[in-house]
Design a protein. Sequence first.
Lengths: 129, 140
Amino acid sequence: MALDRRVGFFEGLKYKGGGPMLAWILHRISGLGMIVFISLHVVASFFTQEMGSDWAISINIVYESVIFQLFIVFSVLYHGINGIRIIILDLWPRMLRYQKEMTWLQWLVVIPIYGLTIYIMIQRMITGE
Amino acid sequence: MQTRKVPHPGWNLEYLMFLFTRLSGLAFFLLAVIGMAAALIMGARYQMDLGTLMRWTFFPNPNHVLDSNIPDVTFGWANGFWQIMQFLAIFFGGTHGLNGLRVVLEDYIKRPFWQIVIRLLIFVLWVFMILVAVFVVLAS
Ligand code: HEM
């Protein structure tokens, strides 16, 4: 699509799609992120179990770092909740009239859950429990 | 200019995968609720931290709860029921995710030749991933 219109990458960034466009791009990035990281993790576990390599251990060191956990928790949570919004809109198209409202309502659900999760995670890391 | 076509209801890949994506999305929530509820009933509240509980909820593999205070995971946390739950999670997750990868790539790649190449590659990857994951589940 983007290629057919011959819009450059930086011009594309100037497109003002607002909240719904942010939702679309975050849904894409989080979905691709999960499929890439989960596949790597599964293949690495396979090599560790079947051939005793320590591939899985070295990958898990990266996966257990704080930055990575902040990213993956966000991906799972955001993709799941945004996915529910997409499913509701697809099954019940009359709700499309309220899609702007649904997009920000969704942030009202995501932010407290994510905030609480990372609060607990960081607190545990600092106290070392 | 050409935008992505809306799939028409019927027995075609685009529509079936559209339906599959929505239904598997709902199925993930069901699997997660079952996994988390069972973990809490089995005492997760006092035996593990939040991260461990989340890993188990996402994929109920006994290796995900080894780093906890559970005295013996073979007692309730590693059995045929959880293996079936893991197979379901793999089938739904792998198919949903790799189909999603196909959708994203086909948004940017329009030449019919390359579309066929991509579909073949993703199909091979899909079979490979599911086989590898089944091995991992059986060996954990
Ligand atoms: C609670 C769980 C989930 C829900 C409700 C959900 C829902 C959805 C929905 C409705 C779509 C279609 C979006 C569209 O047509 O525009 C989608 C796309 C996608 N999902 Fe999920 N999903 C979930 C979990 C996952 C997981 C675990 C993965 C990775 C393994 C994943 C990877 C993807 C990818 C790569 C796409 C394509 C993104 C795109 O087309 O832009 N999803 N998801």
